[in-house]
Design a binder for this molecule. Sequence first.
Ligand code: DUC
Ligand code: ZN
Ligand code: ZN
Length: 470
Amino acid sequence: MTMLIKGGTVVSATGTSETEVLVDDDTVVALLAPGSDLATSAEGGADTVLDASGKLVVPGGIDAHTHMELPFGGTYASDTFETGTQAAAWGGTTTIIDFAVQSYGQDVRACLDEWQGKADGQCAIDYGFHMIVGGVDDASLKLMDVLVDEGITSFKLFMAYPGVFYADDGQILRAMQKANGNGAMIMMHAENGIAIDVLAEQAVSRGETAPIHHGYVRRAELEGEATYRAIQLAKVAEAPLYIVHLSASQALEAVANARNEGRNVFAETCPQYLYLNLEDHLGAPGFAGAGYVCSTPLRSKHEHHHRDLWQGLRTNDLSVVATDHCPFCMKDQKELGLDDFRAIPNGIGGVEHRMDLMYQGVVAGELSLPRWVELCSTTPARMFGLYGRKGVIEPGADADIVIYDPKATTTISVETHHMNMDYSAYEGTKIDGKVDRVISKGRTIIADDAYHGTKGDGQYLRRGLSQYLL
Ligand code: DUC
Ligand code: ZN
Ligand code: ZN
């Protein structure tokens, strides 16, 4: 079956063009100049012709940081692979890279098998895995080599959460040395968890138990310090480093300095760090701030974090926008921390809104259209070994294509979103632009405000090494 998408503006990381896109089955097979319209050609034409006039035709979004069903603080992230990937599809994301989790003392292989089991046959869109190494020891280090060969080419370590996922500097160094040998990317949750736990304990003993104190104790300096330290360790190990969910100007400065020195240091931020803040959101009246508890935390509006992060997106010191989608309902989940912010599960759901929220950066003049595509699709593909197949519309690529209507508008709301959450962190936010149609491997899965896919359409992706390091 062939499909021709005509009349639209095709956006890539390098520019825009008025090109027609020809898809055969699940693959893009040609980009055609306008007028070479197969629909009217003597050869007979495509089986389906989509008119994208006035619309943008972009490569499907790639969210390189999600947590479906993540166990956290005695509960689980509320989106399953089924509900979370459908929500992603609604928002124009056609690939996620989720995190399989190994905790201290567990067998990495058994953990990975468990995560494969959770996702297998459930997903609406294609998916891959990073591996969280919560216990760096001889066994887990050895298995890193094996997993790289199996398409798990990135490993997340934590400088936060002592006693849970925390890795000390020696363990981090050893994992980085391993990555130096096998080509993997080390992803880092860079916050000084030892110092944070002291501040959190002191805050609670003073009776400061409300959600906003989560943000006060997770000081921006402690993100900056950990980011700098992670960079030094990566330098010593001569390993690449990818800082996840960067939220503080201090951390961005450390990344920018390393990049100016020519280091393979990369960083991601998330929409919540660009649009939400500590005082208005984490400090919302009553317990509402719990809905904004995530780590790294939202930063103060009285400092310059938002401004600096937008600048970092332009200068490429921030090269990926992911969501860190980690939803919890207020009822029974966030409420676990009613009396103590430390017991609030950390995470915000946003997998459905990333493309829309980042498009607002285009509307506001912060980003160009190609940069939007680069941050949300092309660079994540290259960073995590998917490029060529994903992240681009060109012959040979999977036909993962979003038709985006820049003239339509929507409003984000818990009433209309598809994530399994009982609130929205972006409630009432007006969006200029709207996902019109989502095509996953040649099949329309979202159109006419309806989901047309089938559970299990999404396939597991064995990833290659980061294409920034070859
Ligand atoms: N870090 C993440 O990346 N996700 C959820 C919680 C956390 O601390
Ligand atoms: Zn993290
Ligand atoms: Zn995360």
